[in-house]
Design a protein around this ligand. Structure first.
Ligand SMILES: Cc1cc2nc3c(=O)[nH]c(=O)nc-3n(C[C@H](O)[C@H](O)[C@H](O)COP(=O)(O)O)c2cc1C
Length: 199
């Protein structure tokens, strides 16, 4: 039995391909690990705030020295990190937005990557503290990035693989529904993505 955290970032609800792909992945994981719990985190509906002055100062100040304001603003980060640590498996919906990740996902990462909590600096260099989790990226894009002339312009999946690796999560799989804006490809893009799922 596993705890699955499904992170939704598309605001498109039922029309969203990354949400549909994420749901398909969650169902596959449930087949492999029956009885697992599924928690949905919808960042499109409930985004974490952009880091402001008080939050950045709170992140840089030891907890026992926090002001009342810093105690308040750090709660979002504490809650996001607790939810991450509770999860064994993460399914993250990643619609490609302007060659990168949706800003709500970047905001979540800004609250989750935290020195002393999800990584630490050691004499040997930075050490990830969230090891042992599995991540599936349910990726969707209008263009094609796995081959052809736009290869290298998907900055979302290498970025996510790097930041998740930085906090110790090395096991990241990417499932792509791509070519969703290209006639001749878009018709089968989702089915191809479904067929490529390996859990
Ligand atoms: C603001 C915005 C930016 C986008 N930028 C790109 C892009 O850079 N490259 C691309 O191939 N598709 C881009 N798209 C298309 C989406 O990646 C595609 O429609 C995807 O299916 C959206 O995910 P969703 O169906 O889960 O909402 C963009 C769409 C939006 C709304």
């Amino acid at each position: 039995m596993k705890n699955i955290l499904h992170i939704i970032t598309s605001p498109r609800g039922k029309e969203s391909i990354s949400i549909k792909l994420g749901n398909a992945l969650v169902n596959e994981v449930l087949q492999t690990h029956p009885g697992s719990t599924v928690t949905e985190l919808n960042l499109a509906e409930h985004p974490l705030p952009h880091l402001d002055e008080a939050t950045v100062n709170a992140l840089r100040t030891p907890v026992d020295q926090h002001t009342e304001l810093q105690k308040e603003v750090i709660k979002a980060s504490d809650a996001a990190i607790a939810q991450l640590f509770d999860a064994d498996i993460l399914v993250i919906g990643v619609p490609l937005y302007n060659f990168g990740v949706p800003s709500n996902l970047k905001s979540w990462l800004d609250h989750v990557l935290r020195a002393g909590k999800t990584f630490s600096y050691t004499a040997e260099g930075p050490k990830g503290l969230a090891a042992g989790k599995k991540v599936y990226l349910a990726f969707s894009s209008g263009g094609v990035y796995s081959e052809g002339p736009a290869t290298g312009l998907d900055f979302a999946t290498p970025y996510l693989t790097a930041v998740l690796g930085f906090i110790g999560i090395q096991d990241v799989s990417v499932i792509r529904a791509e070519g969703l804006a290209i006639p001749g490809l878009k018709e089968n893009a989702f089915d191809k993505a479904l067929a490529s799922i390996e859990v």
